[in-house]
Design a protein around this ligand. Sequence first.
Ligand code: GDP
Ligand code: GDP
Length: 473
Amino acid sequence: MKLNVAIVGRPNVGKSTLFNRLVGKKLALVDDRPGVTRDRRENEAKLGDLLINIIDTAGLEVAEEDALETRMRLQTEEAISMADVIFFMIDARTGLTPMDEYFANMVRKSGKTTILLANKAEGKAADGGFYEAFSLGLGEPIAVSAEHGIGMADLYEVLVKHEEELIAANGGVDPHEEALLSADEGPAVDVAIEGEIEDEAENILPYDPSKPLRVAIVGRPNAGKSTLINQLIGEDRLLTGPEAGITRDSISVNWEFNDRKFKLFDTAGMRKKARVQEKLEKLSVSDALRSIQFAEVVVVTLDVTKPFEKQDLQIADLVAREGRAIVIALNKWDLIENHQEKLAEMREKANRLLPQMRGVPLIPISGLTGKNLPRLMQNILDIYDVWNIRISTSRLNRWLNNVVGHHPPPGAGGRRIKIRYATQIKARPPTVAVFCSRPDALPDSYTRYLLNDFRDHFKVPAVPVRMLMRKGD
Ligand code: GDP
Ligand code: GDP
């Protein structure tokens, strides 16, 4: 059994874009034979290590305008009937339309497990549509950007949970295990996986500590990622020759440290062995993005003899924008002589060049000798906890009263802006909505003031924190 997932929604919300992203470009191209008219595209795809069968209801070529609605309804109904899980997609930029309601109705009637996706969520313009999506009665939306690959890890998480429920309902037969077994002969897809077969079926709780913590090791070529991973897992598992590097875009490895389970994602480490040098610069950033999407904590590996170069900063910024927890490993520390001085210099650079991740842990390590790796692991665990933090609304509002009282927002157009209350709407990363009378008039500097104070007060350094200003009376 493999999960059948249908992407459903009105035209233009981004269904094909998501389909292509999950299936991988190569396959989409193969499937896009000219002259072939299909009502439905179907393909094997992977999300992290989940193998799914994905059904796209777009790509329909219509001859006559008036036939559109009927055919769309028919193909959508068919896709829904085939699906174990439905991705119901809306365009968060345009907000809800009657057509969305129409399709949502069909989905609701089917009674199938549905995951609501608010697409095109890569900027502020999508905030309104995201909140509107709640009103469809299909549960909490997940903000995604099919085009930019944002939100894929959230999607993965929810899908894993549904899969586990389906396994339970399926008399304990594990589609995941079967999927991993057949993954070897699978086609080259966007995110392929190679790793041990494991049974995650019993980990149903979202923050179960026995569930592997997903870590990505990213960094520039030659920063020492492969060396570090080999040292961590204690085997020469990654460097299995150039051939392996060509066929896999990404790999994951399971291992344990102090009784905690980890799943490591690595991309560039292997691939670079098979690539020509001049392509590396560009590749490593997109490679990084791919593994970041599936990680909870990301280790940005710097070569401390050449730290904080442009590409390092780009990668770190990606991690923050994706909302992942971040630890910076100062690798090749064995080559450094004046430790104190170097560390101070690194801290100063980090503060100056990466202000968006104030207080990010900087851990001197040597992947080569293994020095300080236990400390790196401990920092990964610590930052993971911070990333998962949940603050009660009462604590949050005590803080808000205090901080606003201390330094009220400026007036705009002769009227005071009133800050009313705050509530944490999400963790991973911590996301706080602050309700105020006129969010549009509130200067960014004031939001930054709140954000920085929030970080200090609740001890939330380094992880990205989203603070959303909302209209509320
Ligand atoms: P479909 O009809 O639902 O399959 O939609 P498509 O996948 O063809 O996408 C419709 C349009 O939305 C295209 O122009 C895409 O480039 C665009 N689009 C898809 N995903 C995103 C996204 O995440 N952000 C933005 N801004 N545009 C997107
Ligand atoms: P990747 O491209 O990031 O996977 O980097 P590699 O792991 O292949 O390492 C690049 C080079 O740096 C290799 O020559 C490694 O031996 C060297 N290297 C990696 N880690 C360390 C370290 O901690 N100390 C020293 N001195 N060299 C290292």
